[in-house]
Every structure is written in structure tokens, then in C-alpha cells.
Design a binder for this molecule. Sequence first.
Ligand SMILES: [Zn+2]
Ligand SMILES: [Zn+2]
Length: 127
Amino acid sequence: MFRKMVRMTKNKEKVFNEIMNSSVPLTAYEVSRALPGMSLTTVYRALDYLSKNGYIKSFSLGEFTYYYSAATHRHFFRCSKCGRLFPIEDCYMEDYEREISKRYGFEIEEHFILFSGLCQECREKLE
Ligand SMILES: [Zn+2]
Ligand SMILES: [Zn+2]
């Protein structure tokens, strides 16, 4: 574990595990759907706590906010037709980062990549 977990309640832990075990970022609604018996308010409160304490990260897309584990390094593809998110494990960013660092004098700590377009299923439906 990347950080010692202190004073995390059972609910926060459940929300955290849900996000940790998902290969793609989840919305608050998706988390609450996976945890029957937990209210959306409780889920939001847990997400807020986990974000503020660096356990998870989030990004907004359209009207939704997606949450994902801060411990994983992943790239994502989002289908613009069905809205599904897919994880992409491969990373080809090293040379690119080195180039950007050199050219702009940045010290890059991380990157977040989101591709968008049509997923395979939606592509096949078009044919
Ligand atoms: Zn699709
Ligand atoms: Zn990468």
C-alpha cells in the first residue's frame, strides 16, 4: 500500500476497495450501484475524503466525474458512442515526456491520458 490508512471507516474502505478493484474509472453512481445499502450521499462523502487525502484521483467529462485509484498508472479510452471506458495498459510516453521536459524545462511527475473515439463494438455496429 502506498500510504498508511488511518482512521478510515468501513464505508470509506468499501468505496476505496471498489475503486481499487475496478480496471476503469467509476462515477459516484456506479460505486453506489455496486454497494447496495450505501446511500449516494455516503458514497459522495467517502469519495470526497479519499480524494482530499490522495487515495484516489478524479477527472470530469461532460456532466460526470470519474474516480480512479491514485496508485495505478493507466491510460483510458472512452467510446464517444456508448460512453464505456476501457483501460489501456501500454505506455509509450517515456520518450515524449523526456522531449517535453527538455524543450519546456518542465519536471513531469505524471500524466493522464484519455483517448476517445469509437470502441470495437460500436465500430462493428456501423458496418
Ligand atoms: Zn462503444
Ligand atoms: Zn503512461
